[in-house]
Design a protein around this ligand. Structure first.
Ligand code: ZN
Length: 271
């Protein structure tokens, strides 16, 4: 049983490591209740955390949680809490809020475990609330055994979506090999569509200048835009080859060496 549980926890922690980018030492928010619980059971909470998640943890306690401990006058529990790093929560020490609200305010930041905290709390309703936030490892004491909540639905859903993106991003080829015919057909279809776009790309380039030529060519008959003519002529040549090649040659013969335009038109006629 213990080995099974250790394996399950390790597997869960791997998800937090890889999907949610947790890093050692794992910052673990402990509440006053779990400290009292462990103190009563003579259970070393820091060692227990390291053993449970099979990694190095950094236990932390919020200002409000330690204020709650002061009120208990349990000096042993207080000294345990004092050995942990204090997490500032910006709630006034003179007027602390309930631990559950305080912890939630620093862990659930707009539905995200922004600071990548583990949370060790005896407050079941707090664990339920935090289980709706993806990527919050939850720990509590079940009698004298420290346990980790099974991965929450929010965490599982998030992790699965990340894994799916990885799959669709990088492993398409292996999928194709497995599914054979259907996938091949699909890829062929994709190839076909890939070919089509290139044709489309060719298309727009040609038609645009051609359409421009027609309009401007008719306009240039009025002799207004000689510059535009110069630019347009080489393109219009193709169309005009049959219609007006005689006209061009006649034109080119007259000015001959006058301009580059004529030389270009000569080249075209040669082609
Ligand atoms: Zn607080």
């Amino acid at each position: 049983m213990r080995q099974k549980r250790a394996k399950a926890y390790k597997k869960q922690m791997n998800v937090y490591l890889h999907t949610f980018k947790f890093r050692e030492p794992f910052q673990t928010i402990v509440d006053d209740e779990i400290i009292l619980n462990c103190e009563k059971a003579s259970f070393d909470i820091a060692k227990g955390l390291n053993r449970t998640i099979q990694g190095e943890t950094k236990p932390m306690i919020t200002q409000c949680s330690i204020e709650a401990l002061y009120k208990t006058n349990n000096q042993d529990a207080i000294s345990i809490a004092k050995s942990f790093e204090r997490r500032r929560c910006n709630h006034p020490p003179s007027n602390p809020i309930p631990s559950s609200e305080c912890i939630r305010s620093i862990v659930d930041i707009n539905g995200e475990n922004k600071h990548r905290y583990l949370v060790a709390t005896q407050d079941k309703s707090l664990r339920n609330k935090l289980s709706r936030v993806p990527g919050v490892p939850l720990i509590y004491m079940n009698r004298s055994v420290m346990v980790m909540e099974p991965m929450s639905e929010a965490t599982t859903t998030y992790s699965n979506s990340v894994e799916r993106k990885k799959l669709t991003g990088g492993l398409n080829d292996s999928k194709v090999g497995k599914v054979d015919k259907h996938e091949k057909l699909k890829t062929e279809g994709i190839e076909g569509t890939e070919g089509a776009p290139t044709k489309k790309r060719k298309g727009p380039k040609e038609p645009n200048p051609l359409s421009m030529k027609k309009k401007k060519a008719t306009n240039t008959d009025t002799k207004s835009n000689q510059d535009s003519k110069d630019n347009l002529e080489p393109k219009t040549k193709r169309r005009r080859k049959h219609k007006s090649s005689s006209e061009r040659t006649a034109v080119s013969e007259e000015p001959n060496a006058n301009s580059s335009n004529s030389s270009e038109s000569d080249k075209v006629t040669q082609e």
